[in-house]
Ligand binder design. Structure first.
Ligand SMILES: *Cc1c(COP(=O)(O)O)cnc(C)c1O
Length: 360
């Protein structure tokens, strides 16, 4: 068996150790005589799995007690609607910062339910930077301010949060959750689809300040009301049981790795290898301004579409897969989430070096 280095933006690599545990427990979980896939979500065995997953996530992210943790479905994209339906309830206004396609999708969805306003955008330079804002840019009467913390497609990240005053900050953290510590208390809502850094696709994690629950718009479907899920421990209906189990294994793996401080150090080390190479390369160039670079998604180009295509093809043959950039940026993108081992990045850089020698 030869496992590849998978640089996909998502779904993406999972820690090998987690996959091995899942394989070993596939036919029988503990002494239950069944797979987690087959278990009743109301069984005491499954109850222990979901409760432990939540406890471990709370511990790793240091989630304060006045926040609810929800395990939902529908992906991060469903949160684009759930956030306005549940939060745009006082003044029916919300501010959005447009830092890429995901942020823009969230904004457009928000505009269906109230007065969504695009406060700032980096569309003028293909989203290669994070627009600067000050408190004065935000409407103090907005029900929330929405940002996309790490822009998966463009490879930018907020290194400093916008100052929104008393307006709750809502952040899509789909592609940076668990990559480094985050001060949960600075946010009203954090949400993330699982398939970048947590688990296979299928579960969406929502971390929400409890006082923001319970004021959904009248039209809100039951399943899109945060209250429905918080009142029922994410068990109003059948949760994505197996995905939550895998997420739980990933949380345990992160604890073993030393928690989020250690993850951050490891991720910074990995990203530095790639960015340092890009900064001195005669052929490859990063597309993002240095101060806003992501730790997780690293887009780069050669400047020639032909060479880009050649690189992607040769990389694939050499075992570096899914490195083609998003169609809106072109070139390449290496997504180096938590589960990407440092050897994967070192070997990729060695391969890029060789390609440069042969083609520059
Ligand atoms: C992948 C991604 C999404 C979309 O997630 P789904 O779970 O497929 O809906 C949204 N936002 C960000 C930042 C992403 O990286």
């Amino acid at each position: 068996m030869a496992r590849v280095y998978n640089f996909s933006a998502g779904p993406s690599m999972l820690p090998e150790e987690v996959l091995k545990t899942a394989a070993a427990e596939m036919l029988e979980y503990g002494e239950t005589g069944q797979s987690v896939m087959e278990m009743s979500h109301r069984s005491k065995e499954y109850d222990a799995i979901i409760k432990q997953a939540e406890a471990d996530l709370r511990e790793i992210m240091n989630i304060p007690d006045d926040y609810e943790v929800l395990f939902l479905q529908g992906g991060a994209s469903t949160q684009f609607a759930m956030v306005p339906l549940n939060l745009m309830n006082k003044n029916h206004k919300a501010d959005y910062i447009i830092t890429g396609q995901w942020a823009n999708k969230a904004y457009k969805e928000g505009a269906r339910y109230g007065a969504a306003r695009a406060v700032a955008s980096s569309a003028d330079k293909t989203y290669s930077y994070i627009p600067k804002t000050t408190r004065a840019d935000f409407d103090p009467e907005a029900d929330y301010v929405h940002i996309c913390m790490n822009n998966t497609i463009y490879g930018t990240k907020y290194h400093e949060l916008p100052d929104t005053g008393d307006v709750p900050l809502v952040a899509d953290i789909s592609s940076c959750i668990l990559s480094e510590p985050i001060d949960v208390s600075k946010f009203g809502v954090l949400y993330a689809g699982a398939q970048k850094n947590v688990a296979p696709a299928g579960v969406t994690i929502v971390i929400i300040r409890k006082d923001l629950i319970g004021n959904a718009m009248e039209i809100t479907p039951t399943m899109l009301n945060y209250a429905t899920h918080s009142e029922n421990g994410s068990m109003f209906n059948t949760p994505p049981c197996y995905t939550i189990y895998i997420a739980g294994l990933v949380f345990k793996w992160i604890k073993k790795m030393g928690g989020l401080e250690a993850m951050k150090a490891y991720n910074e080390k990995k990203a530095k290898i790639l960015y340092d190479f890009l900064d001195q390369s005669r052929l490859f160039k990063g597309t993002v301004v240095p101060e806003d670079r992501s730790l997780m998604n690293v887009p780069f180009v050669t400047g020639s579409e032909e060479l880009d295509a050649k690189f992607v093809a040769e990389a694939k043959k050499a075992g570096f897969v899914n490195i083609k950039g998003h169609r809106s940026v072109g070139g390449m993108r290496a997504s180096i989430y938590n589960a990407m081992p440092i050897e994967g990045v070192e070997k990729l850089v060695a391969f890029m070096q060789k390609f440069e020698e042969e083609n520059a």
